[in-house]
Design a protein around this ligand. Structure first.
Ligand SMILES: Cc1cc2nc3c(=O)[nH]c(=O)nc-3n(C[C@H](O)[C@H](O)[C@H](O)COP(=O)(O)OP(=O)(O)OC[C@H]3O[C@@H](n4cnc5c(N)ncnc54)[C@H](O)[C@@H]3O)c2cc1C
Ligand code: SF4
Length: 330
């Protein structure tokens, strides 16, 4: 499958990038590592007139520990850099765990944290060639007006399938977005809309520039568990991140995030309240699994059945909670 024709723009600064986005609006697509957008362009899911290659913007690379104990990560920082960061492993281990499961080493060398956060949602009926999609009459997410997964509905249920966002949600991460009117900062949980088609709160003239990890989230034990068909390469079909702080054998604080089973990555509501102040045992971990499974709404957007993916959210949550509790006190 060949790439559609486009003009490549290579800005050297955020200001230059925003100027291009403002000028070309809907006819331009951002490229960071290119590991997801290039295959999608080959499948003619995107046919932009212009591609904005961010890789020349040096200011958007790197992990910068902050004086208050938090951290700032540039959007172009590669997943590999995050996976290998001693600072992040020591203070925000759930993020390095999740990063280590993304795709394969080659793709982690190219792929960026910004691209992982902004990753397009996925569906069996969408991530296909133009000929394949045409044969099925297209769908709401691209070129059509019906959903093959939930016929009769008007909503797209394509699943958000990035590995690092559930970890970032557990860490209460915020992101910086640059646009024509300067920068704005918002919590990552507010970035996702919950819709499979318009899945993120990003205007055509905006790009994600930085990720902020608060000092208050440092030092939690972190665990990430992921379901995929092959042990390497594959996108998650269900993913669970858990962070936990313990004291005197009891949970002082904990959060659970899930991915790949809804159109957005989600924090599991009520998980902190359920776990806080208690000693973790099988029954408590199972109750956390039930809670996570309850908000998982996978549909037939992937090769594995929704029932199995939802069940694996329950199982992985239980295992991740037990593993986080066994990791020792902090
Ligand atoms: C075979 C294969 C397996 C994969 N497996 C996994 C997996 O297991 N887990 C996983 O999470 N991902 C997986 N991926 C997807 C991808 O490799 C990663 O998500 C990667 O982190 C994407 O980053 P990127 O920089 O390459 O993004 P790109 O491909 O450059 O961009 C992805 C999307 O984000 C937008 N974008 C990128 N950066 C910005 C920004 N700063 N501001 C605004 N928009 C932006 C782009 O316009 C595009 O829509 C896989 C990909 C392939 C090809
Ligand atoms: S969930 Fe429905 S509308 Fe969305 S990509 Fe799949 S088939 Fe298309």
């Amino acid at each position: 499958m060949s790439l559609p024709q486009f003009k490549l723009l290579r800005p050297r600064s955020v200001a230059e990038a925003v100027a291009h986005l403002t000028k070309y609006g809907g006819g331009i697509r951002v490229l960071a590592g290119g590991t997801d957008i290039i295959p999608s362009m080959r499948q003619k899911l995107f046919e932009p007139d212009y591609v904005l290659d961010l890789r020349g913007i040096a200011e958007l690379r790197g992990i910068n520990p902050q004086p208050d104990g938090g951290a700032e990560i540039g959007a172009l920082t590669t997943i590999r850099t995050i996976e290998r960061s001693d600072f992040l492993r020591e203070h925000y281990s759930v993020l390095t765990e999740a990063a280590a499961t993304v795709a394969s080493p080659v793709l982690r060398n190219m792929g960026t944290i910004g691209g992982n956060i902004c990753l397009d949602t996925r569906c069996l009926w969408y991530n296909q060639s133009l000929t394949w999609r045409k044969g099925c009459g297209f769908c709401i997410k691209k070129d059509g007006d019906l959903c093959h997964v939930a016929p009769g509905g008007t909503k797209c249920w394509a699943a958000f399938s990035g590995d690092t966002p559930p970890a970032l949600l557990c860490l209460k991460a915020e992101i910086e977005i640059a646009g024509t009117n300067g920068t704005r900062r918002l919590s990552l949980s507010d970035f996702y809309t919950g819709l499979g088609d318009n899945y993120r709160q990003l205007q055509p003239n905006e790009l994600v520039t930085r990720v902020f990890l608060p000092a208050s989230s440092a030092g939690y034990r972190g665990v990430y568990r992921k379901l995929r068909v092959r042990g390497s390469i594959d996108y998650p079909l269900a993913g669970v991140a858990v962070v936990m702080k313990r004291s005197n054998g009891h949970v002082a604080d904990a959060r659970i995030g899930i991915t790949a089973v809804n159109p957005a990555p989600l924090l599991v509501k009520g998980a902190s309240e359920l776990l806080r102040g208690k000693a973790v045992d099988e029954a408590l971990a199972e109750a956390a699994g039930d809670l996570a499974a309850r908000i998982s709404k996978p549909l037939t957007t992937s090769a594995l059945t929704p029932e199995y993916r939802r069940e694996m959210i329950r199982v992985f949550t239980k295992r991740a909670v037990l593993a986080a509790a066994q990791a020792g006190e902090n």
